[in-house]
Design a binder for this molecule. Structure first.
Ligand SMILES: [Zn+2]
Length: 320
């Protein structure tokens, strides 16, 4: 029983791309459907690739941040129940509902609206459940090939071939994971809650406000549009590599732009000279604000993988 393991090393074996597809599809098709725990962990891992260190390591608490946000927004904000066969409520769902009631939090509040103290408390509570039941069981679902983990030190270390696989096929893997989650939710929720379910699941982690990133970048001297260099009147915050690829909000991927560039760029990726401008910008920014686990190399390969995932290249019209 994988969930009982406290420490495990990833099985050392050469994994071809066919092996990675087989193991991932095996997980998606056959992992037990008594709760959404493992599918939410898959979604959280796909969101977390930008945050791993150079060895592929990421802490339980960093993952729990993603898991907690996804669950809060699904269970509380969208009212979507996650049933456990035994008692009709999973431990995570119970934690969320009790927490909301104890602190009298309106149900239309999404996770980012909670105070930092409340967010951290939930992240820790959900981490206890994930640590006990999920990391070991998820490891077993991939025949022990996906990561090493250590429950005492609270981290997982993704195997490099999986990290590359996740980046290379992120959109497809995210779409399948979202689809499987939606199918699961369909079993336990009434039809009015299921309205627009695929959009609800797809955008469950998207932020409503990027103001904190805007303020940091303004404070550190970005006064012109990153793309057309016009002085900024109205400021838009742009995910340099589109959010629909990264599914994450990390400072090193944000730039400020004018509304025209931002609207025109939309879900595309800027031509390569802007990648080099962003590398320079991040080098300056990293000297004053430490951007955890940022490396130039990570930005470069994320850019290349986004293109492989089908994102089109955009060139600004500099003559507005
Ligand atoms: Zn512009």
């Amino acid at each position: 029983m994988g969930w009982k393991l406290d420490i495990a090393e990833a099985q050392e074996s050469y994994l071809s791309e066919s092996d990675l597809w087989r193991l991932t599809q095996q997980f998606l098709m056959h992992s037990t459907h008594t709760t959404t725990y493992k599918h939410i962990l898959m979604k959280a891992l796909l969101e977390s690739t930008a945050e791993t260190d150079e060895t592929g390591k990421i802490t339980f608490l960093e993952i729990s941040k993603h898991v907690s946000k996804i669950y809060w927004n699904l269970v509380i904000t969208h009212g979507l129940r996650q049933v456990n066969v035994k008692n009709g409520q999973s431990s995570v769902e119970k934690i969320l509902i009790d927490f909301q009631e104890t602190h009298c939090i309106p149900s239309n509040w999404n996770f980012e609206k909670l105070s930092t103290a409340h967010q951290n408390e939930l992240i820790k509570l959900i981490n206890i459940v994930y640590k006990k039941y999920v990391y070991g069981s998820f490891y077993s679902s991939f025949d022990g090939t996906i990561y090493s983990f250590n429950k005492k030190e609270e981290w997982i270390k993704l195997v490099p071939s999986y990290l590359v696989f996740f980046e290379k096929y992120k959109r497809i893997l995210m779409n399948i994971t979202n689809y499987q989650l939606s199918i699961f939710l369909e079993k336990y929720n009434s039809s009015h809650l299921m309205k627009n379910i695929l959009s609800k699941v797809e955008f469950v982690s998207a932020r409503h406000s990027l103001a904190e990133f805007k303020n940091i970048l303004l404070l550190h001297g970005q006064t012109t549009c990153f793309y057309c260099h016009k002085t900024l009147q109205k400021v838009h915050v742009d995910h340099f590599i589109p959010w629909s690829y990264t599914q994450n909000d990390v400072l090193w991927n944000f730039v400020l732009s004018c509304p025209t560039c931002n609207t025109s760029k939309n879900n595309k990726i800027a031509q390569k000279d802007f990648l080099y401008s962003l590398i320079d910008r991040n080098e300056q920014l990293n000297a004053v604000i430490h951007m955890r686990n940022y490396t130039e190399n990570k930005l470069k390969y994320t850019y290349e993988y986004a293109i492989q995932n089908g994102f089109k290249i955009w060139t600004p019209n500099r003559t507005y």
